[in-house]
Design a protein around this ligand. Structure first.
Ligand SMILES: Cc1cc2nc3c(=O)[nH]c(=O)nc-3n(C[C@H](O)[C@H](O)[C@H](O)COP(=O)(O)OP(=O)(O)OC[C@H]3O[C@@H](n4cnc5c(N)ncnc54)[C@H](O)[C@@H]3O)c2cc1C
Length: 398
């Protein structure tokens, strides 16, 4: 990895040293391109370091198309095929990165996220790739080549490049360096932007339910959450501020302001059938406590008489119980927003970018990769795989 600012002429400049930008650098560097990667943050790959609960869920065995959201539902297929999860797994195995499958095909680092960043650093180590952090892009001009006005350590200077890759990510977690810079560049070159919103994000309470349900903070349950015909079965976590946990993060990608979420609190069986297996002399409360934590039973079933014996429950009460368990309609007050969202939905429209090369249809040799584009994956390693696949493809074509 070169760190000298000697010759300021590059084959390829990449803005953003996250997952997509670093992978694009590797891909272009492998083709003997002279590459400069710029980031305004003080270090590279900050989101990689904080990802996957500290262990970076870098891909998934089951990278399937229905795991991605985009206004253009075919766009992401080519890049994911050109550099698949299997290509990534081959590379990490060659390098010797220790990893494991946690659940549902999700691959994590065995030890810590920084191991994955070390792997990315090793990939570009021996290539003609220079990385400059704490560098601001002031202006981009394009003629026969790109000219960028940059500032590093208070010193303004220019670099020129044959091609330019925008890998600045989305708006989630501004404290980690997220900006809307990529959207501004897209606009400069005449691209359409699709409205953005926070994805893979917790819901906040609405005023009606807050007081009662916030007391359940810390309680986790397996549930099935649905909006329309999209549904996810996984854990739900009650928090002081609202609902979180993997099931909620997943469904948040499909949620629009004002909508309700259907939540089944007993997804693997029917409560009425379970009650039939119980002694009719048993109190309702003690049966429910076999299924859920005590605190949850007290709060969630507070409108039912828990000391009543099963035999004393009327048909109406039984059907109300069933509804209460299997058909909770939760109307979120909102989401936690970009402050904690893992991803940004929307962004640079895929209709004006080549799916085969990721090159702009308006500006030759300009590429968009990673989260800045209107491609968002489910929770489970799908977003990093998109970042790597798209970065790889742009690096092959720049
Ligand atoms: C807490 C958290 C946990 C996550 N865990 C996972 C996970 O386990 N698995 C998974 O698949 N996905 C995960 N994600 C999502 C994943 O991190 C992103 O989808 C992925 O990082 C996107 O890669 P990117 O390179 O497009 O953007 P980023 O990784 O966001 O990189 C963009 C880079 O551009 C830089 N930049 C921004 N603006 C400018 C500017 N104006 N000038 C210069 N540089 C700029 C930023 O500093 C940053 O380094 C997680 C996200 C978060 C927030």
């Amino acid at each position: 990895m070169n760190t000298q600012k000697d010759n300021q002429k590059f084959d390829c400049v990449i803005i953003g040293a996250g997952a997509a930008g670093l992978f694009a650098a590797y891909s272009a560097g492998k083709r003997h391109k002279r590459v400069l990667v710029i980031d305004h943050a003080n270090k590279i790959g900050k989101k990689i370091l904080m990802s996957g609960g500290g262990r970076c869920n870098f891909t998934n065995y089951f990278i399937e198309h229905d795991r991605y959201l985009s206004t253009n539902p075919h766009f992401f297929k080519s890049a994911l095929a050109q550099f698949s999860q299997w290509s990534l797994i081959e590379l990490i195995c060659e390098y010797g990165l220790e990893h494991y499958e946690k659940e549902l095909g999700q691959l994590f680092c065995q030890h810590k996220s920084s191991d994955f960043l070390d792997f990315l650093k090793a990939l570009i180590q021996s290539l003609d790739v220079e990385v400059r952090c704490l560098t601001t892009v002031n202006k981009i001009q394009s003629d026969a080549e790109f000219t960028l006005d940059l500032t590093t350590s208070d010193k303004p200077y220019q670099v020129t490049s044959e091609s330019l890759i925008i890998a600045t990510g989305g708006l989630s977690i501004p404290t980690m360096g997220a900006t809307g810079f990529g959207y501004e560049v897209a606009k400069q070159f005449g691209h359409k932007l699709l409205p953005t919103r926070a994805g893979l994000v917790p819901f906040t309470w609405n005023t009606k339910e807050k007081e009662r349900l916030a007391t359940l903070s810390g309680t986790a349950l397996p549930v099935r959450v649905s909006i329309g015909n999209q549904s996810f079965a996984h854990q739900l976590l009650f928090t002081h501020r609202g609902l979180s946990g993997p099931a909620i993060l997943q469904i948040s990608n499909y949620w629009n302001e004002g909508q309700s979420v259907a939540i089944d609190l007993l997804p693997d069986q029917t409560l009425s059938e379970y009650l039939q297996t119980q002694s009719s002399q048993k109190a309702l409360g003690s049966i429910l406590k076999q299924l859920w934590p005590n605190k949850f039973v007290q709060v969630w079933f507070d409108t039912f008489n828990l000391s009543k014996q099963l035999a004393q429950l009327s048909n109406l009460e039984l059907s109300q119980l069933d509804q209460h368990v299997h058909a909770w309609r939760f109307k979120p007050g909102g989401t936690e927003g970009y402050r904690t969202a893992e991803v940004t939905l929307g962004g640079v429209s895929c209709d004006e970018v080549s799916s085969k090369t990721l090159e702009s249809q308006f500006q030759p040799k300009l590429y968009f990769v990673g989260e800045v584009l209107d491609v968002t994956g489910h929770l489970g390693g799908f977003n990093f795989q998109w970042a790597f696949s798209s970065g790889f493809v742009a690096g092959q074509n720049c």
